[in-house]
Write a protein that binds this ligand. Sequence first.
Ligand code: NAD
Length: 298
Amino acid sequence: MLLHAYLVEYLEFLYQDDDYIKLMMLEVLLSLPWLKRKDIMQIQLMKGKRGLIMGMANEYSIAYGIASILSNCGSELIFTAQNERFKQKIFDIELFKNCRVFTCDVSQPDAIPALFQEIGNLYGSIDFVVHSIAFSDRKELQGKYYDTSRDNFLNAINISCYSFTEVCKCAKDVMPNGGSILTLSYYGAEKVVPNYNVMGVIKSALEASVRYLASDLGEFNIRVNAVSAGPIKTLASSGVGGFSKILEYEQNRSPLCRNVTREDVGKACTFLLSDFASGITGEIIHVDCGCNTVGVKF
Ligand SMILES: NC(=O)c1ccc[n+]([C@@H]2O[C@H](COP(=O)([O-])OP(=O)(O)OC[C@H]3O[C@@H](n4cnc5c(N)ncnc54)[C@H](O)[C@@H]3O)[C@@H](O)[C@H]2O)c1
């Protein structure tokens, strides 16, 4: 394992040079059966890029899938956690135990500006942000949508949608060289999904925000996109009434005959955060094993 890691580092060194002898050595090493071209391609993709991950609660979180792939691809990661309890959970994850974690409850009025001020002071600049945050009282993720209370509606839209707008506004100040910002949405923004209720309405607002924010931030060379992920069992999704039925339904209608994984979402997000997506902004990209494309499936 250690030898493999060492060789991958060495390959990367060779890859960066156009010296003929080094390139020959590179070809010889790549012919070894257990070293793959993808090893160096992965490391190169996000090398030198530093980014902020907001919303990783534990190893089941979608943000964990995204952060793991980003880390494998060479990026330097900073995290935020809603509170001290979630902060400790990040330190408990082996891969991220040495990362810096800021506490940031996005529902608090000055929390987001203060976070980016601190990031600016400590790091100068960052290259990307992942916003993977949502909240609703789970009692309102079942039954009729018209029973949504005003209090929960306002709290849920504040945390799950407004926070993204404020994140984009503040992130601009620490992205002097441009960058890429992502949020997570769900199909319930487009079509009715039983029990998703208020969160569906809020995800529609979030998707509209993505388009307006992409338009606002384009002149700073900052791209803003959303990934609309298929259903994945997490702390947040387990609050949606009948979630296991949604998982089963989606698996049955999926062209790929399976549910999406955290890794699938992580890979697509990494692409959107990388320079390979330099011409993509204002988009909602479905990463759902094709479910949204299917009307009827026998
Ligand atoms: N799991 C799914 O099926 C699914 C599908 C599509 C989109 N999404 C979206 O993905 C994102 C991540 O959710 P997840 O499923 O990984 O669940 P999760 O529970 O792992 O993550 C939700 C995160 O939101 C954070 N959060 C909630 N209130 C907050 C606050 N006031 N301040 C700061 N952070 C707060 C939580 O601490 C947690 O880290 C959400 O936007 C969710 O709507 C989830």
